[in-house]
Design a protein around this ligand. Structure first.
Ligand code: HEM
Length: 330
Protein backbone atom coordinates (compact mmCIF):
# COMPACT_ATOMS: atom_id res chain seq x y z
CA UNK A 1 0.00 0.00 0.00
CA UNK A 2 2.81 2.39 0.95
CA UNK A 3 4.66 1.51 -2.25
CA UNK A 4 1.49 1.99 -4.28
CA UNK A 5 0.79 5.42 -2.80
CA UNK A 6 4.37 6.49 -3.60
CA UNK A 7 4.00 5.20 -7.15
CA UNK A 8 0.68 7.04 -7.44
CA UNK A 9 2.37 10.28 -6.27
CA UNK A 10 4.95 10.02 -9.06
CA UNK A 11 2.19 9.17 -11.55
CA UNK A 12 0.30 12.31 -10.44
CA UNK A 13 3.47 14.38 -11.01
CA UNK A 14 3.71 12.98 -14.53
CA UNK A 15 0.01 13.71 -15.08
CA UNK A 16 0.53 17.32 -13.93
CA UNK A 17 3.42 17.92 -16.33
CA UNK A 18 1.60 16.20 -19.20
CA UNK A 19 -1.43 18.40 -18.74
CA UNK A 20 0.65 21.52 -18.03
CA UNK A 21 3.41 21.35 -20.63
CA UNK A 22 1.88 18.89 -23.10
CA UNK A 23 -1.74 20.05 -23.25
CA UNK A 24 -2.01 23.57 -21.76
CA UNK A 25 1.25 24.88 -23.28
CA UNK A 26 2.76 26.05 -19.99
CA UNK A 27 6.32 25.33 -21.20
CA UNK A 28 7.70 28.50 -19.58
CA UNK A 29 6.41 27.35 -16.20
CA UNK A 30 7.84 23.86 -16.49
CA UNK A 31 11.05 24.89 -18.26
CA UNK A 32 11.92 28.03 -16.29
CA UNK A 33 9.77 29.02 -13.30
CA UNK A 34 9.61 25.60 -11.62
CA UNK A 35 13.33 24.74 -12.14
CA UNK A 36 14.36 28.13 -10.69
CA UNK A 37 11.98 27.70 -7.77
CA UNK A 38 13.40 24.20 -7.17
CA UNK A 39 16.97 25.51 -7.04
CA UNK A 40 15.97 28.25 -4.58
CA UNK A 41 14.14 25.74 -2.36
CA UNK A 42 17.10 23.36 -2.60
CA UNK A 43 19.68 25.98 -1.62
CA UNK A 44 17.62 27.54 1.17
CA UNK A 45 16.59 24.13 2.43
CA UNK A 46 20.15 22.81 2.57
CA UNK A 47 21.43 26.01 4.25
CA UNK A 48 18.63 25.78 6.81
CA UNK A 49 19.43 22.12 7.48
CA UNK A 50 23.16 22.75 7.84
CA UNK A 51 22.57 25.70 10.21
CA UNK A 52 20.25 23.56 12.31
CA UNK A 53 22.76 20.73 12.50
CA UNK A 54 25.61 23.13 13.19
CA UNK A 55 23.76 24.82 16.04
CA UNK A 56 23.12 21.56 17.91
CA UNK A 57 25.45 21.50 20.90
CA UNK A 58 28.06 18.72 20.76
CA UNK A 59 30.03 19.35 23.94
CA UNK A 60 31.73 15.98 24.04
CA UNK A 61 33.17 13.49 21.64
CA UNK A 62 30.39 11.06 20.80
CA UNK A 63 32.23 9.09 18.14
CA UNK A 64 30.74 5.71 17.33
CA UNK A 65 33.61 3.29 17.22
CA UNK A 66 33.99 -0.38 16.48
CA UNK A 67 37.64 -0.95 17.18
CA UNK A 68 40.20 -0.63 19.95
CA UNK A 69 40.90 2.98 20.89
CA UNK A 70 44.49 4.19 21.23
CA UNK A 71 45.57 3.28 24.73
CA UNK A 72 48.72 1.81 26.24
CA UNK A 73 51.63 1.23 23.84
CA UNK A 74 51.39 -2.56 24.04
CA UNK A 75 47.67 -2.63 23.17
CA UNK A 76 47.15 -2.69 19.41
CA UNK A 77 44.94 0.22 18.38
CA UNK A 78 42.59 0.24 15.42
CA UNK A 79 43.04 3.84 14.33
CA UNK A 80 40.56 3.73 11.44
CA UNK A 81 37.73 2.35 13.54
CA UNK A 82 38.52 4.53 16.51
CA UNK A 83 40.41 7.55 15.16
CA UNK A 84 42.74 9.15 17.71
CA UNK A 85 43.23 12.38 15.71
CA UNK A 86 41.86 14.53 12.91
CA UNK A 87 44.04 12.87 10.25
CA UNK A 88 42.54 9.46 11.04
CA UNK A 89 39.06 11.00 11.05
CA UNK A 90 39.69 12.21 7.48
CA UNK A 91 40.72 8.68 6.48
CA UNK A 92 37.68 7.17 8.17
CA UNK A 93 35.33 9.73 6.60
CA UNK A 94 36.86 9.27 3.14
CA UNK A 95 36.30 5.51 3.31
CA UNK A 96 32.76 6.05 4.52
CA UNK A 97 31.83 8.65 1.91
CA UNK A 98 33.63 7.09 -1.06
CA UNK A 99 33.21 3.37 -0.31
CA UNK A 100 30.29 3.21 2.18
CA UNK A 101 32.50 1.28 4.55
CA UNK A 102 29.94 0.89 7.35
CA UNK A 103 27.44 -0.57 4.89
CA UNK A 104 30.06 -3.13 3.92
CA UNK A 105 29.52 -4.65 7.34
CA UNK A 106 25.81 -5.07 6.71
CA UNK A 107 24.42 -8.34 8.02
CA UNK A 108 21.14 -10.13 7.70
CA UNK A 109 19.41 -12.34 10.23
CA UNK A 110 17.60 -15.52 9.32
CA UNK A 111 16.20 -18.65 10.94
CA UNK A 112 17.50 -22.03 9.85
CA UNK A 113 14.99 -24.90 9.43
CA UNK A 114 16.11 -26.05 12.89
CA UNK A 115 15.01 -22.57 14.17
CA UNK A 116 18.51 -21.41 14.88
CA UNK A 117 19.16 -17.66 14.50
CA UNK A 118 21.93 -17.02 11.98
CA UNK A 119 23.64 -13.72 11.26
CA UNK A 120 25.38 -13.64 7.92
CA UNK A 121 27.19 -11.02 5.89
CA UNK A 122 25.03 -9.35 3.25
CA UNK A 123 27.16 -7.51 0.72
CA UNK A 124 24.43 -7.14 -1.89
CA UNK A 125 23.01 -3.96 -0.40
CA UNK A 126 26.48 -2.47 -0.34
CA UNK A 127 27.04 -3.34 -4.01
CA UNK A 128 23.59 -2.01 -4.99
CA UNK A 129 24.08 1.24 -3.09
CA UNK A 130 27.56 1.81 -4.53
CA UNK A 131 26.38 1.13 -8.08
CA UNK A 132 23.42 3.46 -7.72
CA UNK A 133 25.38 6.35 -6.21
CA UNK A 134 28.31 6.16 -8.62
CA UNK A 135 26.15 5.86 -11.73
CA UNK A 136 24.09 8.82 -10.49
CA UNK A 137 27.28 10.83 -10.01
CA UNK A 138 28.57 10.00 -13.49
CA UNK A 139 25.21 10.85 -15.10
CA UNK A 140 25.08 14.11 -13.13
CA UNK A 141 28.59 15.06 -14.28
CA UNK A 142 27.86 14.06 -17.89
CA UNK A 143 24.86 16.41 -17.87
CA UNK A 144 27.28 19.32 -17.51
CA UNK A 145 27.54 19.16 -21.31
CA UNK A 146 24.10 20.80 -21.39
CA UNK A 147 25.01 23.56 -18.98
CA UNK A 148 28.50 24.54 -20.10
CA UNK A 149 29.64 25.71 -23.54
CA UNK A 150 32.05 24.48 -24.81
CA UNK A 151 31.76 21.07 -23.13
CA UNK A 152 34.75 20.58 -20.79
CA UNK A 153 37.25 17.96 -22.04
CA UNK A 154 36.89 15.93 -18.83
CA UNK A 155 33.17 15.59 -19.43
CA UNK A 156 33.76 14.49 -23.03
CA UNK A 157 36.17 11.83 -21.73
CA UNK A 158 33.65 10.69 -19.17
CA UNK A 159 31.08 10.43 -21.96
CA UNK A 160 33.41 8.28 -24.04
CA UNK A 161 34.37 6.07 -21.12
CA UNK A 162 30.72 5.54 -20.21
CA UNK A 163 29.86 4.48 -23.79
CA UNK A 164 32.89 2.18 -23.98
CA UNK A 165 31.08 -0.75 -25.57
CA UNK A 166 29.52 1.36 -28.36
CA UNK A 167 26.35 -0.71 -28.37
CA UNK A 168 23.37 0.67 -30.36
CA UNK A 169 22.78 4.12 -31.80
CA UNK A 170 22.90 6.44 -29.95
CA UNK A 171 25.59 4.61 -28.01
CA UNK A 172 24.38 3.01 -24.84
CA UNK A 173 25.70 4.58 -21.65
CA UNK A 174 26.72 1.90 -19.14
CA UNK A 175 25.53 4.08 -16.28
CA UNK A 176 21.99 4.14 -17.77
CA UNK A 177 21.78 0.36 -17.45
CA UNK A 178 23.47 0.31 -14.05
CA UNK A 179 21.33 3.04 -12.45
CA UNK A 180 18.07 1.39 -13.50
CA UNK A 181 19.27 -2.06 -12.40
CA UNK A 182 20.48 -0.71 -9.04
CA UNK A 183 17.27 1.24 -8.39
CA UNK A 184 15.16 -1.81 -9.29
CA UNK A 185 17.24 -3.95 -6.92
CA UNK A 186 16.79 -1.41 -4.10
CA UNK A 187 13.06 -1.34 -4.77
CA UNK A 188 12.63 -5.11 -5.05
CA UNK A 189 14.64 -5.58 -1.86
CA UNK A 190 12.20 -3.36 0.02
CA UNK A 191 9.21 -5.16 -1.46
CA UNK A 192 10.36 -8.75 -1.13
CA UNK A 193 12.22 -8.81 2.19
CA UNK A 194 9.46 -8.92 4.85
CA UNK A 195 11.67 -7.29 7.50
CA UNK A 196 12.69 -4.40 5.26
CA UNK A 197 9.13 -4.04 3.96
CA UNK A 198 7.87 -3.73 7.53
CA UNK A 199 10.09 -0.73 8.26
CA UNK A 200 9.70 0.92 4.84
CA UNK A 201 7.71 4.13 4.68
CA UNK A 202 5.98 5.66 1.68
CA UNK A 203 8.81 8.23 1.65
CA UNK A 204 11.35 5.43 1.10
CA UNK A 205 9.46 4.20 -1.94
CA UNK A 206 8.79 7.74 -3.18
CA UNK A 207 12.50 8.53 -3.40
CA UNK A 208 13.10 5.33 -5.39
CA UNK A 209 10.16 5.86 -7.75
CA UNK A 210 11.09 9.50 -8.26
CA UNK A 211 14.70 8.58 -9.12
CA UNK A 212 13.46 5.83 -11.43
CA UNK A 213 11.14 8.38 -13.06
CA UNK A 214 14.06 10.76 -13.66
CA UNK A 215 16.29 8.02 -15.06
CA UNK A 216 13.63 6.38 -17.23
CA UNK A 217 12.36 9.65 -18.70
CA UNK A 218 15.97 10.55 -19.61
CA UNK A 219 16.56 7.12 -21.12
CA UNK A 220 13.33 7.32 -23.06
CA UNK A 221 14.33 10.70 -24.48
CA UNK A 222 17.78 9.51 -25.49
CA UNK A 223 17.02 6.13 -27.00
CA UNK A 224 13.40 6.26 -28.11
CA UNK A 225 11.80 9.65 -28.73
CA UNK A 226 15.16 11.33 -29.54
CA UNK A 227 14.78 14.77 -28.02
CA UNK A 228 16.17 17.79 -29.92
CA UNK A 229 19.46 18.18 -28.04
CA UNK A 230 20.23 21.64 -29.46
CA UNK A 231 16.97 23.02 -28.05
CA UNK A 232 17.53 21.20 -24.75
CA UNK A 233 20.97 22.77 -24.46
CA UNK A 234 19.61 26.21 -25.40
CA UNK A 235 17.10 25.96 -22.56
CA UNK A 236 19.69 24.66 -20.09
CA UNK A 237 22.22 27.37 -20.99
CA UNK A 238 19.47 30.00 -20.73
CA UNK A 239 18.76 28.82 -17.20
CA UNK A 240 22.36 28.98 -15.97
CA UNK A 241 23.12 32.33 -17.65
CA UNK A 242 19.90 33.79 -16.19
CA UNK A 243 18.63 34.51 -19.72
CA UNK A 244 15.83 31.98 -19.76
CA UNK A 245 14.40 30.99 -23.13
CA UNK A 246 11.97 28.28 -24.08
CA UNK A 247 12.72 26.87 -27.56
CA UNK A 248 9.81 25.57 -29.63
CA UNK A 249 8.85 21.92 -29.84
CA UNK A 250 11.11 20.11 -27.32
CA UNK A 251 8.23 17.84 -26.38
CA UNK A 252 6.51 17.25 -23.06
CA UNK A 253 8.78 14.34 -22.12
CA UNK A 254 11.71 16.74 -21.78
CA UNK A 255 9.61 18.89 -19.44
CA UNK A 256 8.60 15.75 -17.56
CA UNK A 257 12.29 14.94 -17.05
CA UNK A 258 13.09 18.48 -15.89
CA UNK A 259 9.97 18.59 -13.69
CA UNK A 260 10.85 15.32 -11.93
CA UNK A 261 14.40 16.63 -11.41
CA UNK A 262 12.91 19.86 -9.98
CA UNK A 263 10.73 17.86 -7.60
CA UNK A 264 13.77 15.80 -6.61
CA UNK A 265 15.80 18.94 -5.87
CA UNK A 266 13.08 20.66 -3.85
CA UNK A 267 12.27 17.46 -1.96
CA UNK A 268 15.94 16.77 -1.23
CA UNK A 269 16.55 19.00 1.85
CA UNK A 270 13.42 17.77 3.63
CA UNK A 271 13.86 14.08 2.98
CA UNK A 272 16.23 11.30 3.88
CA UNK A 273 18.15 12.12 0.72
CA UNK A 274 19.83 14.93 2.65
CA UNK A 275 22.10 12.28 4.17
CA UNK A 276 24.41 13.32 1.33
CA UNK A 277 25.28 16.45 3.36
CA UNK A 278 24.46 15.01 6.75
CA UNK A 279 27.19 12.39 6.63
CA UNK A 280 29.80 15.16 6.79
CA UNK A 281 28.15 16.82 9.77
CA UNK A 282 27.51 13.71 11.78
CA UNK A 283 29.31 14.07 15.13
CA UNK A 284 29.37 10.33 15.62
CA UNK A 285 31.64 10.11 12.56
CA UNK A 286 33.48 13.39 12.20
CA UNK A 287 35.10 13.56 15.64
CA UNK A 288 38.29 11.98 16.88
CA UNK A 289 37.78 9.53 19.72
CA UNK A 290 40.21 11.19 22.13
CA UNK A 291 37.98 11.33 25.18
CA UNK A 292 40.54 9.57 27.36
CA UNK A 293 43.57 11.36 25.98
CA UNK A 294 42.28 14.92 26.27
CA UNK A 295 40.13 16.74 28.76
CA UNK A 296 37.11 18.24 26.97
CA UNK A 297 35.43 21.12 28.71
CA UNK A 298 31.90 21.77 27.62
CA UNK A 299 32.11 25.17 25.87
CA UNK A 300 28.38 25.61 26.37
CA UNK A 301 28.60 25.35 30.16
CA UNK A 302 27.00 28.48 31.64
CA UNK A 303 28.89 30.51 34.23
CA UNK A 304 27.74 29.17 37.60
CA UNK A 305 28.17 31.29 40.70
CA UNK A 306 29.52 29.09 43.47
CA UNK A 307 29.97 29.66 47.15
CA UNK A 308 32.87 27.44 48.24
CA UNK A 309 33.36 26.02 51.70
CA UNK A 310 36.40 28.27 52.05
CA UNK A 311 34.31 31.39 51.41
CA UNK A 312 31.70 30.17 53.85
CA UNK A 313 34.37 29.46 56.50
CA UNK A 314 35.85 32.95 56.03
CA UNK A 315 32.40 34.49 56.31
CA UNK A 316 31.59 32.75 59.60
CA UNK A 317 35.16 32.40 60.91
CA UNK A 318 34.55 34.39 64.13
CA UNK A 319 31.40 32.49 64.94
CA UNK A 320 33.00 29.11 64.21
CA UNK A 321 35.99 30.04 66.38
CA UNK A 322 33.73 31.27 69.16
CA UNK A 323 31.87 27.96 69.12
CA UNK A 324 35.18 26.09 69.28
CA UNK A 325 34.63 24.33 65.96
CA UNK A 326 37.62 23.11 63.92
CA UNK A 327 38.66 25.28 60.95
CA UNK A 328 40.27 24.21 57.70
CA UNK A 329 42.51 27.29 57.44
CA UNK A 330 43.97 29.61 60.02
C1 HEM B 1 19.52 14.90 -10.95
C2 HEM B 1 19.58 15.28 -12.18
C3 HEM B 1 19.40 14.43 -13.43
C4 HEM B 1 19.47 13.07 -13.61
C5 HEM B 1 19.78 12.00 -12.56
C6 HEM B 1 19.24 12.80 -14.99
C7 HEM B 1 19.23 11.53 -15.58
C8 HEM B 1 19.23 11.30 -16.94
C9 HEM B 1 19.47 10.03 -17.56
C10 HEM B 1 19.73 8.72 -16.83
C11 HEM B 1 19.42 10.20 -18.91
C12 HEM B 1 19.64 9.14 -19.97
C13 HEM B 1 20.85 9.46 -20.86
C14 HEM B 1 22.09 9.80 -20.11
O1 HEM B 1 22.46 9.04 -19.21
O2 HEM B 1 22.67 10.86 -20.38
C15 HEM B 1 19.14 11.61 -19.14
C16 HEM B 1 19.01 12.18 -20.37
C17 HEM B 1 18.75 13.51 -20.58
N1 HEM B 1 18.61 14.49 -19.64
FE1 HEM B 1 18.78 14.23 -17.68
N2 HEM B 1 18.99 13.99 -15.64
C18 HEM B 1 19.10 15.00 -14.71
C19 HEM B 1 18.92 16.34 -14.94
C20 HEM B 1 18.65 16.92 -16.15
C21 HEM B 1 18.40 18.33 -16.36
C22 HEM B 1 18.36 19.42 -15.28
C23 HEM B 1 18.21 18.48 -17.68
C24 HEM B 1 17.91 19.80 -18.34
C25 HEM B 1 18.50 20.22 -19.36
C26 HEM B 1 18.32 17.18 -18.32
C27 HEM B 1 18.21 16.90 -19.68
C28 HEM B 1 18.38 15.68 -20.27
C29 HEM B 1 18.35 15.45 -21.71
C30 HEM B 1 18.14 16.49 -22.78
C31 HEM B 1 18.59 14.08 -21.90
C32 HEM B 1 18.69 13.32 -23.23
C33 HEM B 1 20.18 13.14 -23.51
C34 HEM B 1 20.49 12.49 -24.82
O3 HEM B 1 19.60 12.33 -25.64
O4 HEM B 1 21.68 12.17 -24.96
N3 HEM B 1 18.57 16.25 -17.35
N4 HEM B 1 19.02 12.25 -17.92
Amino acid sequence: MRALSALAAVAVLLGVVYLGAGVAGLEFWFGVVIPYAAIVVFLLGVVFKVLRWASAPVPYRITTTCGQAQSLPWIKANRLESPPSGVWVVGRMALEVLLFRSLFRNTKVSLTPGRRVVHEADKLLWVGALLFHYSFLVIFLRHLRFFVEPTPVVIAWLDRLDSLFQVAVPTLFLTDVVIVAALLYLLVRRLLDPLVRYISLAADYFALFLLLGVALSGIWMRYFTKVDLVSAKELALGLVTLNPIVPEGIGWLFYAHVFLVSVLFSYFPFSKLVHMGGVFLSPTRNLANDNRARRHVNPQDPEVEVHTYQQWEDEFRDKLEAAGLPLDTE
